[in-house]
Design a protein around this ligand. Structure first.
Ligand SMILES: NC(=O)c1ccc[n+]([C@@H]2O[C@H](COP(=O)([O-])OP(=O)(O)OC[C@H]3O[C@@H](n4cnc5c(N)ncnc54)[C@H](OP(=O)(O)O)[C@@H]3O)[C@@H](O)[C@H]2O)c1
Length: 350
């Protein structure tokens, strides 16, 4: 059966990757893109719509089966798109990494009775929080796992868009539960013996706890780049950003954005997602690592393409309602799909 998949923000860095991956994984899907201008890709239609335009969105989703919202940064009101998705009975996913956005989607799903309408909503369907939660289910039957530490190292040679950069910069220097985000660097050794440095960073799980099977365990999240001097620069940028309000922070991100382009030739494409399971005393109990020698920026776009693939192949995603990616994709299926996409996945139980 033919399925119609709409990608909002299809011309952005992430949206374009989502579209390319859907074409590879679900070639029979009818793909429709959308953005504010209504222009872009020649291979499939691009419709003009704004994420704030509820009627325009409802019209766009009228005959669609799944909408993937790749319009970032996720600092806007999600209600127009969620209302449109539920009223047209169209499944919904986004790539949000912000807890406030994900919680707003969750509240709207509840208020608008998404489950009754037969609609599946998967906010955060990207690396963080989605893929991290899906992979962490490997430990669901190990009661010895008391907490998790997640380290995401990104290759600075990868292309970066304004949306991606502004979203990444936003929390740096702000005060979180454990102090200021990214105020100092910690070192972490990846499975291949390399030592990388990272700064603390918020993670989109309520109360910084991640569901593992029927339990919920505390999780610490750290983010960094392949080059130590970029991470040191971010600590300094955070000191300035910490003194600024939201507008000032946007201004600072716009000012620093050209530097990201200048740093690219000095960086690598190598990215690593390292998820470490710890016992109650903080001793390592196991780890999962996803290593991207190249094309690491496809990883945040892959989970949304998996949903499109499942819908086309199986005609079904999950029981209707709000679902984390870990309720839609098993850890085994996620690992198989990552390996199939050309990434190395290390699983090391202790
Ligand atoms: N959770 C994770 O692990 C993770 C990882 C990577 C990225 N992300 C998220 O992905 C987001 C997207 O990044 P990106 O690099 O793809 O951004 P981008 O390149 O700036 O693209 C944004 C896209 O949205 C469209 N757009 C912008 N405002 C719009 C509006 N009001 N209505 C409709 N369309 C609009 C843009 O086209 P027009 O300007 O022409 O409208 C463009 O197609 C990031 O902000 C980040 O939050 C999450």
């Amino acid at each position: 059966m033919s399925r119609t998949i709409v990608v909002l923000g299809a011309t952005g860095e992430m949206g374009a990757r989502v579209c390319r991956l859907i074409r590879r994984l679900a070639p029979t899907a009818l793909l429709v893109g959308a953005n504010r201008s209504g222009t872009g890709h020649a291979e499939f239609p691009i419709r003009k719509v704004d994420v704030a335009d509820r009627e325009g969105l409802a019209e766009l989703l009228e005959n669609a089966d799944l909408v993937i919202n790749a319009v970032g940064p996720y600092d806007y009101d999600p209600s127009p798109i969620i209302h449109a998705a539920i009223s047209t009975h169209c499944h919904y996913a986004d790539l949000a990494e912000r807890l406030d956005f994900i919680e707003q989607v969750a509240a709207l799903a509840e208020a608008r009775a998404a489950a009754k309408a037969g609609v599946v909503l998967v906010p955060g369907c990207s690396t963080v929080p989605g893929l991290v939660a899906a992979l962490a289910q490997r430990w669901k039957s190990d009661p010895g796992v008391a907490k998790l530490a997640v380290f995401l190292s990104m290759g600075s040679r990868n292309p970066v868009s304004r949306g991606l950069f502004a979203g990444m910069m936003d929390p740096i220097g702000r005060t979180g539960p454990g102090g200021r985000w990214f105020s100092r660097l910690v070192s972490h050794q990846t499975d291949d013996g390399r030592r990388l440095v990272f700064g603390s960073y918020p993670i989109a799980f309520s109360g910084s706890r991640l569901p593992v099977g029927s339990r919920s365990v505390p999780v610490r999240f750290h983010m960094g780049f392949d080059r130590g001097w970029i991470n040191r620069g971010l600590v300094w940028a955070g000191r300035v950003r910490g003194r600024l309000g939201t507008r000032g922070a946007k201004w600072l991100a716009a000012l620093l954005f050209p530097l990201a382009g200048l740093a690219r030739p000095l960086g690598t494409e190598r990215g690593v997602l390292s998820i470490v399971a710890e016992d109650g005393e903080g001793r390592e109990r196991g780890r999962i690592e996803v290593v991207a020698a190249s094309h690491g920026l496809d990883i945040p776009a892959l989970p949304a393409a998996w949903l499109a693939q499942a819908l086309v192949r199986d005609g079904w995603l999950a029981a209707p309602g709000l679902r984390g990616l870990h309720r839609v994709v098993s850890p085994e299926a996620a690992v198989a799909a990552l390996v199939d996409a050309g990434y190395e996945v290390v699983f090391r139980p202790s």
